[in-house]
Ligand binder design. Structure first.
Ligand code: NM2
Ligand code: AKG
Ligand code: FE2
Ligand code: ZN
Length: 456
């Protein structure tokens, strides 16, 4: 039984600016806490193992799982009573597979459309009470099953091993697919930095960029041409960008009759972008084309880290912000006219209580507050507690973008802001921005990993 615990760990020197940075990270089993070595050198060549953290996997009853060197099958046995196939691995260990699942996932050309790597077997054709006629290990070490209707399935040992139903194997595969392990940080973070052109042209650099974006939540790219169109170029490296009412890409400038507080020279307090949508953009790019002489510095905090801190320091506030849905609103005209309304938790948690998304922009929080009278004051105190935690100097990162800098960050996790600035009509501060979603970014990450490391 592997339980998830909060552990304290010390990060290697590369991630911190000075002395020892205490970080909090999720750890499994009774193993020592991992420490991901995240290099912030200009080329940011990080290895998969470095960013995954070696100690993140739960102890596996199998010698190696989902990470290569798959042993062969020694023996298979049909457990008739339980309707399970038992696979005994060479070396040590065994795995159990339900008959129903095996029949459902037959890889033969009748059951699978090979060109789409998709199931063509219909659920109506699946007998969920099927038995087996006979099972054996073939000469080329495949697991062969003959079903009662004499249909035959053959399974590759490596394919089966990866899909082992043990809790440890499931956890290892889920981490490999979704990379949900995060490295929390505070004001001491040295933002992982890479070269813009290198990320565009080199697969290893692009992989390191996306691994760090997932794990740390923010990566700085330097050396982008100082002209519009670079965030679009970078989004093409992934696939495509996320269109919103503010356009395919958008220009952050001090505008008259601004349709958003971002388009002024005023201070922006820590926020996530677009909580007025029920599915806010997962990733944000901001490219600096021109900076203000005075002001305009950027601020950022790790919203997941802050939420975990709030859970410990003020559990009642945490409960309030994860359970009350807050109305957000955004009305105006840009790409086209819009009247957007949403209801979001300030802190979204999944069914296991893990923080998965922060939704908060004070500018678009609606005056409509759909709460019973007696909950209103408690809502404000909870929100204040979270925001005051974020504003502590030890939690907040500050940096000033220069022309050619392009920051990429996790908009579901980070809250970002900017200091007010002096507007000069001859030298306007100008950032170009774009959004992407995590599904597309993770898709590119998996493809890059496969092409760089040659694993499936
Ligand atoms: C205007 N834009 C696209 C730069 C930011 C919108 C963020 C928000 O209003 O939540
Ligand atoms: O101007 C900046 O530095 C940040 C702008 C911003 O946060 C936004 O446009 O939403
Ligand atoms: Fe923003
Ligand atoms: Zn089949």
């Amino acid at each position: 039984m592997w339980t998830t615990t909060i552990a304290r760990c010390t990060l290697p020197t590369m991630l911190k600016r000075s002395s020892v940075l205490a970080c909090h990270t999720l750890r499994t089993g009774g193993r020592p806490g991992w420490a991901a070595a995240i290099s912030s050198s200009p080329s940011l060549h990080l290895t998969w193992r470095q960013l995954r953290g070696h100690g993140t996997q739960a102890p596996s009853p199998l010698p190696s799982n989902a990470l290569g060197d798959s042993p062969g099958v020694r023996q298979v046995r049909a457990l008739e009573q339980e309707r399970l196939l038992e696979v005994e691995w060479e070396g040590s260990g065994q795995s159990l597979y339900p008959y129903t699942w095996l029949r459902d996932n037959c890889q033969c050309p009748l059951c699978t459309l090979q060109s789409a790597q998709a199931r063509s077997l219909l659920l109506s054709q699946l007998d969920i009470h099927t038995g087996v006629d006979r099972v054996q290990v073939t000469d080329n070490n495949k697991v062969s099953i003959v079903w009662p209707d004499q249909h035959t399935s053959e399974f590759d040992p490596e394919w089966l091993r990866k899909r082992c139903f043990s809790p440890a194997a499931r956890q290892a595969l889920q981490e490999e697919l979704f990379l949900n392990e995060r490295t929390y940080w505070d004001s001491e973070l040295r933002i992982p930095t890479a070269n813009f052109e290198e990320v565009l042209h080199d697969d290893k650099a692009a992989l390191a960029w996306l691994l760090a974006l997932r794990r740390v939540g923010i990566v700085y790219l330097k050396g982008a041409p100082v002209e519009q169109g670079q965030v679009a170029r970078l989004s093409q490296r992934i696939g495509y960008l996320r269109l919103t009412f503010y356009g395919h890409t958008w220009q952050v400038q001090d505008k008259s009759q601004a349709n958003n507080v971002a388009y002024t020279s005023g201070k922006l307090s820590l926020h996530t972008d677009y909580p007025a949508l029920h599915y806010p953009p997962g990733v944000q790019f901001l490219h600096c084309l021109s900076q203000a002489g005075e002001g305009g510095e950027s601020e950022a905090v790790d919203g997941f880290h802050m939420a975990d801190q709030l859970r410990r320091e003020d559990p009642e506030a945490f409960r309030t912000l994860t359970s009350l849905r807050v109305d957000f609103t955004d009305t105006g005209s840009d790409y086209c006219d819009f009247m957007v309304q949403s209801k979001n938790h300030i802190i979204d948690v999944d069914s296991d209580g893990r923080v998965v998304r922060i939704n908060y922009n004070n500018a678009t929080r609606d005056s409509v507050l759909d709460l019973p009278l007696h909950q209103v004051q408690a809502f404000y105190s909870s929100l204040k507690a979270y925001v005051q935690l974020m504003m502590r100097p030890e939690n907040m990162l500050t940096y000033k973008m220069e022309p050619g800098d392009l920051v990429t960050f996790d908009n579901w996790r980070l809250l970002h802001g900017r200091k007010s600035f002096q507007s000069h009509p001859d030298r306007m501060r100008h950032l170009e921005g774009a959004y992407l979603d995590w599904d597309e970014v993770m898709s590119r990450l998996r493809i890059l990993f496969k092409s760089v490391h040659g694993e499936s």
